[in-house]
Design a protein around this ligand. Structure first.
Ligand SMILES: [Zn+2]
Length: 118
């Protein structure tokens, strides 16, 4: 299953590419910037993470995906790497990869110039 640390890393990677997390029913769309500061998660990222938990992870979806963040922590999903771009993606435990990586609609990707997590 995905751990909170894995989920944070997963979100951080996608935030860096401009993907946001949509909070259903609230009409919120969150994408902190910067994501990484001095090799660590930025304050903006930490504030966003707090906000997502306040809103309820069951209401939060990474743009372009169909699983709530709560589902990802629920034990049925693993974080693995996209075969195309090595970005973290989620995959159903014991199942075939059935969802596409959120990279599918990004032009000019992969891009190796983004800052890496320290
Ligand atoms: Zn990908």
């Amino acid at each position: 299953m995905a751990t909170p640390a894995e989920l944070r890393h997963y979100l951080a990677c996608w935030f860096q590419l401009g993907k946001s997390v949509q909070v259903q029913q609230r009409g919120l769309s969150l994408c902190p910037s910067p994501v990484i500061n001095h090799g660590q998660y930025s304050q903006a990222f930490e504030d966003c993470w707090q906000q997502l938990q306040l809103q309820g992870l069951g209401q939060c979806f990474l743009e372009g995906t169909g699983q709530s963040l709560a589902e990802l922590l629920g034990g049925s999903w693993d974080v693995s790497d996209c075969a195309r771009c090595a970005m973290p993606i989620v995959q159903k435990v014991g199942g075939l990869p059935e969802i596409s990586c959120p990279c599918h609609d990004l032009p000019n990707w992969p891009n190796t110039e983004l800052p890496a997590l320290g």
